[in-house]
Design a protein around this ligand. Structure first.
Ligand code: MGP
Length: 204
């Protein structure tokens, strides 16, 4: 018996599969942007001056296949230790307020109680990343990146935007994020520079 006789591969021209066109079937599907995954767990001694030291750049990818290769081989969010953060940002944008792309921006965020979302957080983070890399947003250029944070009592999902003073654009992004990850609860938008001063946030 020939080696492939027991595989469901029609021998005629009707279907072309990886078995008879290995070159085209190995083609990767490009994303619109390249994305870089970062990780940090700054610990209790961290402050705004030394926080950057704990930030680690993990990997950059620019195809659908490489995204899944990364996702399937890194630790799941639910297994990360308290204080950890994954940051997925467009290549060239550092996941910090000081980066030129972020410094006039803000973030949409939602806190998800740990006890309720432990079993769901991996999917919620996955859908957040898919919305980003799949360019689900009307104002795509506004999106800088997304962050998942593991804290003692909750997980936090955040989407960072390039500008913080355009209500319509921000609301459009907030609504799309909420729909994409399909979680109950209120998302809040705050400019980065108001994070510590507590201005009244926009909500969806
Ligand atoms: P955080 O993790 O964004 O907030 O920032 P959280 O989760 O509310 O706080 P936690 O204490 O529960 O972890 C925590 C701290 O990290 C900030 O107060 C800063 O000291 C530092 N930090 C965080 N970010 C995102 C930045 C940044 O972009 N730049 C600088 N310089 N420091 C940051």
């Amino acid at each position: 018996m020939a080696q492939n006789d027991n595989l469901a591969v029609p021998s005629g021209d009707k279907y072309v599969t990886v078995f008879n066109d290995p070159i085209n079937f190995n083609a990767k599907h490009p994303l619109n942007n390249s994305w870089t995954l970062w990780f940090d767990n700054p610990g209790k001694k961290s402050n705004a001056n030394n926080w950057e030291q704990s930030l680690k750049e993990l990997i950059t990818f620019d195809t659908v296949e490489d995204f899944w290769g990364v996702y399937n081989n890194i630790m799941k969010t639910c297994d990360l230790s308290i204080s950890s953060n994954y940051h997925l940002f467009k290549q060239g944008i550092k996941p910090m307020w000081e980066d030129p792309a972020n410094k006039h921006g803000g973030k949409w965020s939602i806190q998800l109680p740990r006890n309720k979302t432990m079993s769901e957080i991996d999917n919620i983070w996955l859908y957040t990343m898919l919305a980003c890399i799949g360019e689900a947003f009307e104002y795509e250029n506004e999106v800088c990146g997304v962050v998942v944070s593991v804290r003692k009592g909750f997980f936090r999902i955040a989407l960072w935007t390039r500008t913080a003073d355009n209500h319509d654009m921000a609301m459009s992004i907030g609504r799309t994020l909420k729909k994409s990850i399909n979680v109950d609860g209120q998302f809040e938008f705050q400019p980065h520079h108001e994070t510590k001063t507590g201005g009244k946030p926009w909500t969806v």
